[in-house]
Ligand binder design. Structure first.
Ligand code: SF4
Length: 246
């Protein structure tokens, strides 16, 4: 008998309000290869914890909240890194689209490649994904490596690919004063975003320290201990550079 398709899930949230339009059921996948210094979900990094669930089971749970979604809400898959479990996400979104549910994928883009089998699977995922929410953490490759432990060339290529495919996108940038808010980097990001044809929204995510106790519990040294959250002025300055209107 063929093995049943499952995904490794960290947790779910019934009434998400920020990861996509409207009220959303959020699925947090387990596993991420990045090591962002400000990550507020380090418990999602490993692939030896989490719960194995089928797409059907997750969809059944999500459907309990359907009446709250109205015209705009739906299902968002986030992480950890959702693109590490392409088969699961694609099947969950395929089943969701059969029921007319809006689907959004929140990703750091790190697994993206045009190599097979990823590329073919990714194109299939795109068929069933209404919105991509993509984090751009740094434009400069070296700074990106220092911040996340990984390169960013393929992440920027993912953004360009989604633009070429005509896929709606939200771009997000975590703003850490003194680390990810330098003027040159923000201008480079603004310039890059202008090259993309399908960006519906650009958002600043202000750095916060709510995840720090999790690092301590996991015994992982937290290297941004003295960093502050950005002030309203610092956020506004970055928004102006990135062309964000309110
Ligand atoms: S990509 Fe997301 S989950 Fe992974 S380390 Fe970075 S912030 Fe954490």
């Amino acid at each position: 008998m063929a093995e049943q398709l499952t995904g490794l899930i960290n947790s779910t949230e019934s009434f998400g309000a920020v990861d996509g339009p409207g009220v959303r059921f959020i699925v947090f996948m387990q596993g991420c290869s990045m090591r962002c210094r400000y990550c507020h979900n380090p418990e999602t990094w490993n692939t030896y914890t989490g719960t194995r669930r089928t797409p059907q089971d997750v969809l059944q749970q999500a459907l309990r909240y359907k009446s709250y979604w109205k015209n705009h809400g739906g299902i968002t898959v986030s992480g950890g890194e959702a693109l590490l479990q392409l088969d699961f996400v694609t099947e969950l979104f395929r089943l969701s689209k059969e029921q007319g549910i809006h689907t959004a994928l929140d990703t750091s883009g790190n697994p993206f490649t045009r190599n097979q089998p990823f590329w073919e699977k990714f194109q299939k995922l795109c068929e069933f994904t209404d919105l991509f929410i993509l984090d751009i953490k740094e434009m400069d490759e070296e700074k990106h490596k220092k911040l996340t432990g990984q390169r960013n060339v393929n992440i920027l290529e993912l953004a360009s690919t989604l633009s070429d495919f005509g896929k709606p996108m939200w771009i997000r940038h975590v703003l850490v004063p003194g680390l990810t808010d330098d003027e040159e980097g923000l201008h480079r990001m603004a310039h890059f975003i202008k090259t993309l044809k399908t960006v519906e929204r650009t958002e600043i995510l202000p750095y916060h320290t709510l995840g720090v106790p999790k690092w301590e519990q996991l015994g992982i040294p937290y290297t941004l201990k003295n960093m502050q959250s950005p002030t309203a002025e610092q956020i506004r300055r970055a928004e102006i550079i990135l062309g964000i209107d309110h």
